[in-house]
Design a protein around this ligand. Structure first.
Ligand code: 13P
Length: 277
């Protein structure tokens, strides 16, 4: 069933686990995430990046909402990295109630103002807001933030950011990056613990592809409740297609099934990682 992100994160908190939030681009992605969650009998978040929306547009959202409605587990549909109030309004008109207004490209004050502006509209519609404090480096869907432009979350700004913007969840930058980690991921756990000390709202880790079991469990211990995964799911999809080509499979349904199975494998393994199974 379609569920609010807040309910899903409350459930995670009550179970001392974290939730996987998976970026999708098409029907195979939606199917893989929901089937993985149903198999593991766990709530899940489906995310769409503006790039997937540009391609899939309104039908992609309608399909995700309907698939969530039909699911046997709670599923929320979340719009990731929203860069304007227009997109928030469009999403609301299409039935979405969970958003990440991303003001991380701005300086602190402008980030607060942008997030506040979007949060007002989202909250007026009883929606859920994730904000980001700091700036993540790395690449996602054609947008690259160079290392030198990245900014770690300042724990001293967290209380002010959370109360000024009224966000329900906070995406943190503690050494995590979008896309492939070019060297062994090294997260600043001390910083994460300090952030946890100053706010009680759920903390979110973007760039969760490529993190080891040890890092994930320490992150959960330090207060992360939502992990965003895109790269590993995309890689699984592409692997499915290249295996189909290598095996000379020309039947399209078999190709799509192979891709879905590969992505579902990632979803199931992440759910188990996030719930210490
Ligand atoms: P990865 O692509 O690194 O998994 O990050 C996904 C993400 O943070 C989506 O917002």
């Amino acid at each position: 069933m379609l569920a609010p992100s807040s309910d899903i994160l409350k459930w995670a908190d009550s179970q001392n686990v974290a939730i996987g939030a998976f970026n999708v681009y098409n029907f195979e992605g939606i199917k893989a995430v929901i089937e993985g969650a149903e198999e593991e009998e766990t709530p899940i978040i489906i995310q769409m990046h503006p790039a997937s929306l540009q391609r899939g547009s309104k039908p992609l959202i309608a399909m995700a909402l309907e698939a969530a409605n039909l699911s046997t587990v709670p599923v929320s549909i979340h719009l990731d990295h929203v860069d304007s109030l227009e997109v928030v309004n469009e999403g609301i008109n299409l039935g979405l109630r969970s958003f990440m207004p991303d003001g991380s490209i701005y300086n602190y004050q402008a980030n607060v103002e942008f997030t506040q502006l979007c949060a007002k509209t989202i909250k007026d519609n009883e929606g859920f807001v994730e904000g980001e404090l700091g700036r993540l480096s790395g690449s996602e869907d054609g947008i690259t933030i160079k290392d030198y432009k990245s900014l770690l979350t300042d724990p001293l700004l967290v209380s002010d950011f959370v109360s000024s913007t009224t966000v329900d969840a906070l995406a943190v930058c503690v050494g995590n990056v979008h896309g492939k980690y070019l060297s062994e991921p090294k997260l600043d756990f001390q910083r994460l613990y300090r952030i946890r000390e100053v706010t009680e709202i759920p903390l979110v880790m973007h760039g969760a592809s490529g993190l080891s079991n040890e890092i994930i469990s320490e992150c959960i211990h330090a207060g992360i409740s939502k992990f965003n995964v895109n790269t590993e799911l995309r890689q699984a999809y592409i692997l499915g297609m290249s295996e189909a080509v290598d095996q000379g499979i020309s039947d399209l349904i078999s190709v799509m099934n192979l891709c879905t199975t590969k992505m579902k494998g990632v979803v199931v393994s992440k759910i188990r990682q996030y719930s210490f199974k």
